[in-house]
Ligand binder design. Sequence first.
Ligand code: 13P
Ligand code: SF4
Length: 329
Amino acid sequence: MEFNQEVKKATDPIYQKISKVMPEIEWSIHAPYIHEINKLKKEKNAVILAHNYQTPEIYHGIADFSADSLALAVEASKTSAEIIVMAGVHFMAETAKLMSPNKKVLLPDMEAGCSLSSSITGKDVRLLKQKYPGVPVVSYVNTSADVKAETDVCCTSANAVKIVNSLGVNKVIFLPDDYLAKYVASQTNVEIISWKGICIVHDQFSKNEIINVRKNNPGIKIIAHPECPPEVIKASDFTGSTSGMINYVKDNQPKKVMMVTECSMSDNIQVENPDVEFIRPCNMCPHMKKITLPKILGCLKNETGEIIMDQETISKARLSVEKMVAIGR
Ligand code: 13P
Ligand code: SF4
């Protein structure tokens, strides 16, 4: 992979956009991959969907669409491309397959998982349904297709409260994120039966960290993802999905902001918000960071990492995602 004149010419407009967040020396390593991937995408009629936690060279360099998990699921259902490459984690690729079962969906690293998704199985949900007969099951989209197949309706961090309220019941089983369940409970009158799953990234933030950041940065706005512990959410100025957090910064243009979430978020949106100063005691998601440009290139070239699911699971799991999409954000 050589950073030659052809590569430089083709990728320069992208670099001009992100030069403030990436040194030239680093760009010269990424650019040949970006050029190759962007050519191959066209040849193969492939689309790259990227989650907001992907690194800037993926987010700005090759993604056709970058978003939170709700918008990624919707986009997967609409695309006319033949191949979808998910620059994200396994549950996101599975959700894309559920929404577009006839498309080839590829994940560049099959080990890119999620601590929430791996905290619960389809069998666990069946046991819960036996224990609480008739109580509807709302599952976070951060779950496997087996769990979704046992679920009445999915939700994401962008619409969890709306989805729970839409059911018109006084009790729901809400899986698997215990902190998101507590957040939803604080926003509704519905009784929530939760599971003990946590996100290993957001669980690391503490109230003391927030208090210290505020002390050292008077006037700062602190915005948190709802996967954070309840006391962190309480100490923050705003709570929303990754796209909700991005929109908060775009719309409010705070002088200083701390995004209580994964590290790449601040890097990615610094580009479009040059006047905002990002204070970054952030945490890295080891799963999201498994996705790299060389892996994306290899997976697209050889069409490896295909998401395969049996027809019965697809049909059952798809219903819960479709219901969520119909209710919306
Ligand atoms: P969003 O749906 O807010 O993008 O969150 C997905 C996720 O995995 C956050 O940790
Ligand atoms: Fe899962 Fe947390 Fe990583 Fe999101 S940040 S993919 S919830 S482990």
